[in-house]
Write a protein that binds this ligand. Sequence first.
Ligand code: HEC
Length: 138
Amino acid sequence: MSRIVVSFVALCAAMAAGASELSDSQRAAIEERIKPMGEVCLQGDASCGGAAAVGGAAMARSGEEVYNAACMACHMTGAGGAPVVGDATVWADRIAKGMDVLHDHGINGIPGTGMIAKGGCMSCSDEEVMAEIGRAHV
Ligand code: HEC
């Protein structure tokens, strides 16, 4: 048993010695290789692009992009009874319910119908879905 302990201690010592033999450039190279894929950058911290975080919010998908990616499949064709975009008659009653209702239904869906929450675009933010509804349906 003690021999195992001794060899373990020896192994640790050898590893420690090995680690201390790294040159600064080797150490930097290793740190570069094992660094995290992404780094948290707080808004306002200019040293890491924090200022750009404000621009990040502006990079939200436009209503048109959301429509093309997540809504068009049903709302261009009327699939599953979806009101077709551009058909004023099918939208009149819906628009009459008010934008709050339309936003709620776009974001949360309408249970029991083909209108699933965010049209299934779970990566879409509420704001992006609302931008799309405001653009296309009124
Ligand atoms: C899988 C098909 C499908 C997709 C994808 C889809 N919709 Fe719908 N949508 C429907 C159907 C069906 C209805 C009608 C539901 C009903 O009232 O019976 C509907 C209705 C709506 C309404 C009217 C709600 C109301 O209160 O009358 C809005 C607004 C709407 N969709 C927005 C969107 C937006 C925004 C997207 C994309 C992010 C989207 N939909 C994607 C099928 C879809």
